[in-house]
Design a protein around this ligand. Structure first.
Ligand SMILES: [Zn+2]
Length: 221
């Protein structure tokens, strides 16, 4: 998914494509910049390079299918980035500190950019937490269901919440309010992308405003 999806409006239609077509696929009128009701807008991809993020929660396809595109059903792997884009993630072998391999994933910012105090301590928190016996294969076994990459991320987030005197998140809240809405957005975007690849454009009746996804909050903490 390397091309940019753009959206343009014409004759009460919204047209999604990779480049402005010669003529409107709906009415056949020639499309030049001047004839468009408004300038085409570029839709941001829901996937980004985790190694360019700071203090984010990351969701990627599981390691054994890194080469595959998100299709909404593949297993997910989660991790947390430090302030230089190193991704801490828990697997059978303990906590990995990955500098590559997370180039295409969903990034959910955890720390508001004005939380200087927390940001200054983030890397240290993450290191100390990752060195704990909970994640040491000699002390505690990885379990696909109950002690996995999600557990690591959730418990880390909860340890930061606890340090701030806030109550902890349940696994359900974590999954339903953090992970799933973003994954639905990825699935939607992927479906749109594949449709355009196959048919050159995707067209719907123009919606009045109010259909936009609400943008991500700038940080959880
Ligand atoms: Zn038209």
């Amino acid at each position: 998914m390397d091309l940019n999806v753009i959206r343009l409006s014409h004759c009460q239609k919204e047209i999604f494509c990779f480049s402005v077509p010669e003529e409107c696929p709906s009415c056949g009128e020639e499309l030049r910049g001047s004839r468009l009701q408004e300038a085409p807008v570029s839709l941001p991809s829901p996937l980004s390079n985790a190694h360019k993020t700071s203090s984010c929660l990351l969701v990627a396809p599981a390691h054994d299918n890194h080469s595959r595109e998100f299709d909404g059903t593949s297993d997910l792997h989660t991790g947390i980035s430090n302030t230089s884009g190193v991704v801490y993630n828990y697997t059978h072998g303990g906590v990995g500190r990955d500098q590559t391999g997370w180039e295409r994933c969903v990034s959910i910012p955890l720390v508001r950019p004005d939380m200087f105090h927390l940001l200054a301590q983030w890397d240290q928190y993450l290191d100390r937490f990752s060195d704990g016996p909970m994640w040491d294969p000699a002390w505690h076994r990885f379990d696909e269901e109950h002690h996995n990459c999600f557990t690591f991320c959730l418990q880390f987030i909860n340890s930061v919440l606890a340090a701030q005197g806030r109550s902890s998140l349940s696994r359900e809240t974590f999954t339903h309010s953090f992970i799933l809405p973003r994954m639905r957005r990825v699935t939607k975007y992927t479906t749109l992308y594949q449709h355009i690849q196959k048919h050159r454009y995707y067209m719907v009746d123009r919606q009045e405003d109010g259909q936009e996804d609400t943008p991500d909050k700038p940080g959880f903490f």
